[in-house]
Design a protein around this ligand. Structure first.
Ligand SMILES: Cc1cc2nc3c(=O)[nH]c(=O)nc-3n(C[C@H](O)[C@H](O)[C@H](O)COP(=O)(O)O)c2cc1C
Length: 214
């Protein structure tokens, strides 16, 4: 009887907290819908754009691809010297420690010509309620003073606010624009939301379909 109650409690916890939802999944479609621009568009104001991202299971890579295919930009993946394990429990334990210690994992990626960019998109998964540690490494290693920094992230159910705070704190002399978060379960609308967000930020101007139809 006691066992039965414990089992029910455990199940209820999973349903209420959505813990299982924070396990990695790769569900994002690789190819965006057909209405995507044939060629990436020139960013407004003749800006030079870099899209840089860290991704462990591919979701953030997909979003980085959406941005890169829409805005004329360079695309760089942040890679760590030591690859993170695919064992979820071991990874979670490691990341918890890295986040608590504000650890900067060594990267094998550096962008030598970072000073030549005006706008830098920085993408990451939410890990343990904040940006994955390689983002801390990247932003610590590169001087983004005077640049426009634009965060984007993928996640389970958590808020992205702590990660945005981290980005702002690591880029105190940059203008950090409103980020976008693509939560699991909302992938079907991800592409459209990314495009709308890029337009809202004034980074690209797309021909509005409804205007064309008028
Ligand atoms: C170690 C680990 C910790 C995670 N922590 C969280 C979390 O705290 N909150 C959340 O919403 N999602 C969390 N997730 C889920 C990821 O943010 C989500 O699966 C993301 O889309 C993965 O991006 P990627 O495929 O680019 O690596 C975690 C995933 C892993 C592997």
């Amino acid at each position: 009887m006691e066992k039965k109650i414990l089992f029910l409690l455990a199940w209820l916890m999973l349903v209420v907290t959505g813990c299982s939802a924070d396990e990695p999944q790769t569900e994002l479609p690789d190819t965006p819908p057909e209405e995507k621009p044939e060629e990436p568009l020139e960013p407004s104001g003749d800006k030079k754009v870099l899209v840089v991202y860290f991704s462990h299971t591919g979701n953030t890579r997909t979003i980085a691809g959406y941005i890169h295919e829409t805005v004329k930009s360079d695309l760089v993946e942040i890679k760590t010297v030591d690859t993170y394990t695919d064992d979820y429990d071991a990874l979670l334990a490691q990341v918890r420690k890295e986040v608590a210690d504000e650890y900067c994992p060594p990267l094998s990626t550096t962008v030598e010509n970072i000073s030549s960019y005006d706008i830098i998109f920085i993408g990451y998964p939410i890990w343990v309620e904040t940006a994955a540690p390689p983002v801390r490494s990247f932003l610590t290693m590169h001087d983004l003073a005077g640049k426009t920094v634009v965060p984007f992230c993928t996640s389970g159910t958590s808020s992205a606010e702590a990660s945005y705070r981290l980005v702002r704190s690591l880029c105190p002399q940059s203008e950090v624009l409103e980020g976008i978060q693509i939560r699991r379960g909302t992938y079907d609308t991800a592409y459209d939301r990314v495009i709308a967000w890029l337009q809202k930020l004034g980074i690209v101007e797309l021909n509005n379909k409804s205007n064309d139809e008028k």
